[in-house]
Design a protein around this ligand. Structure first.
Ligand code: GLC
Length: 656
């Protein structure tokens, strides 16, 4: 190469070297500046500035690592070291159904939360975490909280004001333990009662679901969002969770878009109007496509058509049900509209996958900023930067007299009287001997159902409250003998001579897909018990504890009275209030009661309004077991549900 050309090459090389060095200096300098703690008076730390201004200032200071950490939610059970909150700059932690702190007391929860919050505040930018739980019927995993009826029982009350009060009470009991994010209310619309999550739904009627879901959101999010008992609600699961074929949990909901939106999406309109800031996406598929990967449902419909501008949270590991590699799953879900990933376990892999997707340009920086903006907006609006720790003063509300009375009222109003032959109920004041029996008669855990202490619930009187047996004993008139015999394994009952028998039967606790069933017959033990106690002389009152209507047509003649109690929670005293007539039954079915398994799924939308009279019911063919009891032909009778949506008997005037 001649001298001239060589010197040109050298000059170019020198220039390139200078530029590269400069770039490196500015790159390193920028990193150095970026990684330096921000000034204490940085705008994002100023609560007098608007949330938007604080978000933009903070976002502009964040590195990619810090942004990706905010989009990461980890279950406490998988957080191998609390210091990982700081190391991986995590934005959120949750306690799933089985992830209680070892010390399951109010201070145990609050200490766990505050310790993790300290880790977050110790990071360069000091962004507080959000901690989420499933407090779906009270602060239900906390030992000895007030456990309220599950949603299906609240649907029977038709009482939005009551639902709002329950949500408020739940928020207060949560806040005292540092928990200010609730993965609720579930506003699924259960259309096939074989679904294990039927009881998490308020009703088969989307309108009622929307009314009660909005009331719950108002209750959780009572007052200014910066208040320490303002709890972030999460209507879930968008969209179609209650409409899967066969009621298979996480299955496929095959509907035209318009019908999907009308039946299963419509409750989200009042939810958004009520101030929902987060919506959880649903496991199910829609016409074969997983919702978690559907840009059409998450962005085009929920964000653009419904106008939702909050955060979309994935469900537990749901992203990894999408087709393809982890990288393809992650890209599809985030691009579709998921803002925060409830990983909930391998957070290192999620962050690493996300980093690669951004660095290769597969995921745009704008999409990351869009998600992080939504997350930070909520954190600023909740005042977490100013008050990041638990406000333990609210612990005084846990099982307070006010909350217990509220729980008892909710139980009373949730009960649906489905049959009451010969005015068996209310129990007469001069009754001599009541015999209480049934495998769930003395079992507060069974009353509470799933999502209680553990994901799948618990059995026995292992939480504070009153079992139905205890409630009847407490409420029985002076001089009345109350005897008890839980049913033996084969359902036979060592009953003594009694003036009345109360048999408490139904379903043992379950949650999610663990509760999916392909037939809804009464349990054999319960059927055997009814055979054993119904002698045709002593009246039998059945109290049914179940997450949904059960098929009991053949057993109906053995029941002089039947009360659907759903899953009433810890305050069994409310059941005795109705059995003894202290309160009259007022609940009405929020869901159709099938006459046979072959009828399922069955809905009869359209609500009669008030309570039915026994004569009305008999004339209409409802609640009768033989065609002779009704003017309808056997075929007409067979086509009817056993009890229709909206059905419920009261106590006729003079009953006592
Ligand atoms: C579960 C449920 C969801 C719950 C989440 C966290 O799988 O689908 O309702 O909020 O995980 O426990």
């Amino acid at each position: 190469m001649n001298i001239a050309r060589r010197s040109l090459a050298l000059s170019l090389l020198t220039a390139l070297l200078i530029l590269t060095t400069a770039a490196c200096i500015s790159h390193e300098q920028r990193d150095a500046e970026a990684l330096a703690p921000p000034p204490s008076d940085a705008p994002y730390r100023n609560p007098n500035l608007s949330t938007d201004a604080r978000v933009e200032d903070l976002l502009g200071r964040m590195t990619l690592e810090e942004k990706l950490g905010q989009m990461t939610q980890v279950d406490i059970g998988y957080l191998s070291d609390p210091r990982d909150v700081g190391r991986y700059l995590l934005g959120s932690v949750l306690s799933g159904g089985n992830s209680n702190p070892a010390d399951n007391s109010p201070d145990g929860w609050a200490d766990l939360y505050d310790d993790l919050q300290q880790q977050a505040l110790g990071t360069r930018l000091g962004i507080p975490i959000l901690y989420g739980i499933d407090a779906v019927h009270g602060h239900n995993n906390l030992q000895d909280a007030t456990v309220f009826p599950h949603n299906i029982g609240l649907g029977a009350t038709r009482n939005p004001e009551l639902v709002e009060r329950i949500a408020r009470a739940t928020a207060l009991e949560m806040a005292g333990t540092g928990m200010r994010w609730n993965f609720g209310p579930a506003i699924g619309v259960p259309r096939d009662t074989r679904w294990g999550r039927t009881y998490e739904g308020f009703s088969e009627n989307p309108q009622l679901v929307g009314d009660l879901g909005a009331a719950a959101i108002r209750g959780y999010q009572t007052g200014a969002s910066t208040e320490s008992a303002w709890v972030l609600a999460t209507p879930k699961h968008w969209v179609g969770d209650g409409g899967t074929e066969g009621g298979i949990d996480q299955g496929d909901t095959a509907l035209p878009l318009a019908e999907l939106v009308e039946l299963h999406g419509s409750p989200y309109r009042p939810a958004i109007a009520a101030g929902a800031r987060v919506i959880m996406a649903s496991y199910n598929s829609w016409n074969g496509e997983k919702v978690h990967g559907s840009r059409s449902l998450l962005t085009d419909v929920l964000r653009d058509e419904f106008g939702f501008n909050g955060m979309i949270l994935s469900d537990w590991g749901a992203i990894y049900q999408l087709p393809g590699s982890e990288s393809e799953q992650t890209l599809q879900a985030i691009d579709a509209g998921i803002d925060m990933n409830m990983v909930p376990d391998d957070y290192r892999s999620f962050i690493s996958t996300m980093r690669t997707l951004v660095e290769t340009g597969a995921l745009s920086a704008e999409r990351i900023d869009d998600a992080v903006r939504r997350i930070l907006t909520i954190k600023f609006d909740m005042g977490l930067f100013e008050e990041p720790f638990a406000d333990r003063s609210h612990q005084a509300t846990i099982r307070s007299d006010e909350h217990l009375e509220l729980g008892r009222q909710a139980v009373r109003e949730s009960l649906v009287l489905l049959r009451n032959e010969n005015e068996t109920l209310p129990i007469r004041e001069d009754i001599g001997h009541i015999h209480v029996t049934g495998r769930f008669a003395d079992d507060i855990g069974a009353q509470a159902g799933g999502w209680t202490i553990d994901w799948q619930g618990v059995r026995g009187n292992v939480i504070a409250g009153s079992s139905i047996r205890q409630a009847i004993t407490n409420a029985a008139p002076d001089g009345t003998e109350v005897s008890f015999a839980g049913s033996t394994a084969d359902g036979a009952d060592t009953r003594e001579h009694a003036d009345l028998i109360v048999a408490v039967i139904g379903e043992a606790p379950y949650a999610e897909f663990e509760g999916d069933r392909n037939n809804l017959n009464l349990h054999p033990t319960d059927r055997a018990l009814l055979e054993a106690v119904s002698d045709g002389e002593t009246p039998v009152v059945v109290v049914l504890l179940s997450g949904r209507p059960l098929v009991l047509t053949d057993q109906l003649p053995m029941m002089d009275a039947l009360v659907a109690a759903w899953l009433p929670g810890s305050e069994g005293d409310g059941v005795a209030d109705v059995l003894f007539g202290t309160a009259a039954p007022s609940g009405r079915l929020p869901i159709t009661w099938p006459r046979s398994n072959d009828q399922i799924p069955i809905q009869r939308d359209g609500d009669r309004g008030g309570l039915w009279s026994r004569d009305d019911a008999r004339a209409a063919g409802y609640g009768v077991s033989e065609a002779s009891d009704s003017s309808l032909s056997p075929d007409e009778l067979a086509a009817l549900p056993l009890f229709p949506y909206g059905f419920g008997l009261g106590y006729e005037p003079g009953d006592k």
